[in-house]
Ligand binder design. Structure first.
Ligand code: C2O
Ligand code: CU
Length: 456
């Protein structure tokens, strides 16, 4: 009997040279699957039952996907849930057809069906992936994971740790996810908040480190609505990237790090604690700090003093847009509880299950908020005329905030706007396709805060 382990050479030897073209039927091997499926996870503290979640590959968060900058990610998304789904690769300046937005860039993948995602990751940095079909429910049930694109020249650190912050709304008796995803209170106020806050799918995460070690921490806010306010104790260092994009120079870490839903920040920290413990702490609603991630210190690294890190290598296409040529646009954010939207209009909205509008529309609607020419610079003023903060996210392109004196802020894909504030962002519309612009407080997105632009 013939061996199954034919060498490549043996196969080629048996074929004429003309048969070597791609058309000759050497099918590419099937891409590695990424399967949406039910699973159990110990989110709540030991002693509580496991929580039934919707997962990628049975894990919470989903598997950490890592690839080198400029290479392809190929994954066969297999939907083993009973509901349609799709995968969005948040922050990747991706080809439109791979963006994963059901109803805009692809059909939702039916239960039992699959979809092959295949795209190049042009930018190094910290990204994440999550469901983009009924995302308010699907992300809350567990469908998210980290997507790390590695620099060709990685910074000199002892360890690289991904910390995905999330919260879950669990029944305190059974530890099961509260199934009411259309509560008007969540939709019209700050969004759906969890009653259990954790990291990497766990209620209390503790890392180990040695004194004087240098760590790269990749912080990701995967929560539906919670804005994390964090501080470090026993760790000190620099912030080096925001939303994946490297800062021009490392900056000392702010006293308080504010991380809105979907935002990321990369830190390079040295373990400087004198005692046995360091931590990342979170500011609670009660104005108290509590531990978000513990760091248990065992021993000391050999090198005790290090020079500050260099900046991360820049990504391609980080040039600021040409403001002089930019098309000005304005988008009002209106609605919600305690807002200034007239009650008559609010009632009309609520009849269709919506509470918010972007640019006067409770979306998504046709036509798009704006049609832009490929390569056109744009400046977009977003006016938050509501009583709540919103984390505004643009797909497909990063933008910069236009600060006073027409200075530019860092490149981001998600901007936090406080209640009553107004921000101007600018970008070059250099990625063709249909791109969502929405609030990443996912209950708000479901209740009208979903808009889109078209670039062609
Ligand atoms: Cu993080 Cu529209 O997505
Ligand atoms: Cu919002």
């Amino acid at each position: 009997m013939q061996s199954f382990h034919l060498t490549r050479r043996a196969v080629l030897a048996g074929l004429g040279a003309t048969a070597l073209s791609a058309r000759a039927g050497f099918a590419d091997p099937a891409p590695i699957p990424l399967t949406a499926q039910r699973a159990l996870a110990q989110i709540a503290p030991e002693g509580y039952p496991q929580t039934e979640i919707w997962s990628y590959d049975g894990r919470l968060p989903g598997p950490e996907l890592r690839l080198a900058q400029g290479t392809r990610l190929q994954r066969r998304f297999v939907n083993s849930l009973e509901v349609p789904s799709s995968v969005h690769w948040h922050g990747i300046r991706i080809e439109n057809a791979m963006d994963g937005v059901a109803g805009l860039t692809q059909e939702a993948v039916a239960p039992g069906a699959s979809f092959d995602y295949d795209f190049v990751a042009p930018d190094a940095g910290t990204y994440w992936y999550h469901a983009h079909t009924h995302s308010m429910e699907q992300v809350a049930r567990g469908l998210s994971g980290a997507l790390i694109v590695q620099e060709r020249d990685a910074p000199d650190v002892d360890r690289d740790e991904v910390l995905m912050f999330d919260d879950w709304l669990l029944d305190p008796q059974t530890a099961q996810i509260a199934p009411d995803f259309s509560h008007p209170m969540d939709l019209s106020h700050g969004g759906r908040f969890g009653n259990l806050i954790g990291t990497n799918g766990r209620f209390a995460l503790t890392l180990r480190a040695k004194r004087h070690e240098r760590l790269r921490l990749r912080l990701i806010n995967a929560a539906n609505a919670r804005i994390f306010v964090l501080r470090l104790t026993g760790l000190s260092g620099w912030q080096v990237a925001l939303d994946g994009m490297p800062l021009p120079a490392p900056e000392p870490i702010a006293q308080e790090i504010v991380l809105a839903p979907a935002q990321r920040i990369d830190l390079i920290v040295d373990v400087t604690a004198e005692g046995q413990e360091a931590a990342i702490e979170r500011l609670g609603n009660d104005a108290q700090w509590s531990r978000q991630v513990g760091v248990q210190i065992t021993g000391a690294a050999s090198r005790s003093r290090r020079a500050p890190p260099a900046a991360l290598p820049p990504n391609p296409k980080m040039d600021p847009p040409d403001l002089a040529q930019a098309r000005p646009l304005e988008m009002k954010i209106e609605g919600g509880a305690m807002g200034r939207m007239p009650m008559s209009r609010m009632r009309g909205l609520m009849q269709s299950g919506k509470f918010w509008t972007l640019g006067g529309q409770a979306g998504p609607v046709d036509p798009p908020f704006a049609r832009l020419f490929l390569g056109e610079p744009v400046r977009l003023r977003m006016v938050n005329d509501t009583a709540f903060p919103h984390a505004m996210h643009l797909h497909g392109m990063h933008f910069r905030e236009v600060l006073e004196g027409e200075r530019f802020g860092p490149m981001r894909d998600t901007l936090l706007t406080e209640a009553g504030a107004s921000h101007e962002i600018a970008f070059t519309a250099d990625n063709p396709g249909k791109w969502l612009l929405h609030c990443h407080m996912l209950a708000h997105a479901a209740a009208g805060m979903t808009s889109w632009i078209e670039v062609s």
